[in-house]
Design a protein around this ligand. Sequence first.
Ligand code: CO
Length: 134
Amino acid sequence: MIGRLNHVAIAVRDLDAATRLYRDTLGANVSNPDPLPEHGVTVVFVNLPNTKIELLEPLGEGSPIAKFLEKSTDGGIHHICYEVDDILAARDELIRKGARILGSGEPRTGAHGKPVLFLHPKDFNGTLVELEQA
Ligand code: CO
């Protein structure tokens, strides 16, 4: 069902500092910040040869990563994203196999403008999993 690793998302407190870390210390190609108010985050993409890292900073009130950063004060890996060919078929198969989908269960438009779903971390070894229809 799952295909390529699309990205690993890391929650950060200070996006400018994290950008400098990846660009200057690690020598990676880093995009400009992209505010996504509908997702409650500002995102920067670190473009690696085989995948992407997304650095996420909270944006606005009630950001979905604010609580995460209260617990993980240094920041940390927030979720990983796998690509699927057909997100509705993947969802239905996962539900049939007993996995839980977060939220309404209907795909939302993710940071890349493509349909995404999140799977319950308790069903996946304590890891928040995002599925993106590539
Ligand atoms: Co993501």
